[in-house]
Design a protein around this ligand. Structure first.
Ligand code: PGA
Length: 253
């Protein structure tokens, strides 16, 4: 049986508090009957006010990054317990922008995953290959390494609480979505590899989301694929109309 779909918006470094609140206020009443999970990863400054505004709605608020330490002398960083206190329920980890622009390694991301689980935040772990890696037929090798290293020392029980987001880097913000055939092939590969590492039950239960130029037009065909359990949406989640359409187009697929 297919899982309940998960639609995650990633606002990245966009929207001030007032705009965030206006968005939640308009979105919430439109989706009360939609049988999908709706999550929004907002900027740090909006976590507290939006999580308050999202109480008693379907919307779940989360963060886009955190540090691996519980606390300490890490100027400019933010701890999981701070996000949790502010009202975040999940955190995106290892997004390709963090990996590429801020040089985050699999080892660092692994420590963040461990910390997020300890701090009761659901991690959404992002993995994905570059265009160059894809062209050199290295996609599977790269993904295996990311999965193995980012999930190192994580128990079977904990792995089921993690969501994996497969985001081919060449498809992020480019308008170039992976073809559904390609996306499903890779999702299947990821599930098979998770099965090798953590067993069948875990591989069956774990959510694997697709991200990279998801739009209202392509969301239903993506979700129709057997191994795609949801989507991580960047650009199209910033606009209320398009995010709402993505949610509506996910219902009943
Ligand atoms: P995009 O971004 O939907 O704008 O391609 C996806 C993401 O970066 O998570």
């Amino acid at each position: 049986m297919k899982k309940k779909y998960m639609i995650v918006g990633n606002w990245k470094m966009n929207k001030l508090i007032e705009e965030s609140l206006g968005f939640i206020k308009k979105l919430a009443p439109e989706i009360t009957d939609c049988d999908v999970d709706v999550l929004l990863a907002v900027p740090f400054t909006s976590i507290h006010p939006t999580s308050k505004a999202a109480e008693k709605t379907k919307i779940i608020i989360g963060a886009q990054n955190m540090n691996d330490a519980r606390k300490g002398a890490f100027t400019g960083e933010i701890a999981g317990i701070m996000l949790e206190e502010a009202g975040a329920e999940f955190v995106i980890l290892g997004h390709s922008e963090r990996r590429q622009i801020f040089h985050e390694t699999n080892d660092f991301i692994n420590k963040k995953v461990e910390r997020a689980l300890q701090d009761d935040l659901m991690p959404i772990l992002c993995i994905g290959e570059t265009k160059e890696e894809k062209d050199k037929n290295k996609t599977e090798e790269v993904l295996k390494k990311q999965i193995k290293e980012c999930l190192d020392k994580i128990s079977k029980e904990d792995v089921e609480n993690i969501k994996i987001a497969y985001e081919p880097i060449w498809a992020i913000g480019t308008g170039e979505t992976a073809t559904v055939v390609y996306a499903e092939k890779i999702h299947k590969f990821i599930r098979e590899y998770l099965k090798q590492l953590f067993g069948k039950k875990c591989a069956d239960n774990i959510y694997i989301l697709y991200g990279g130029s998801v739009t209202p037009e392509n969301v239903s065909i993506l979700l129709k694929q057997k191994d795609i359990d949801g989507v991580l949406v960047g650009g199209a989640s910033l606009d209320l109309e398009s995010f709402l359409e993505i949610i509506k187009n996910s219902v009943g697929v």
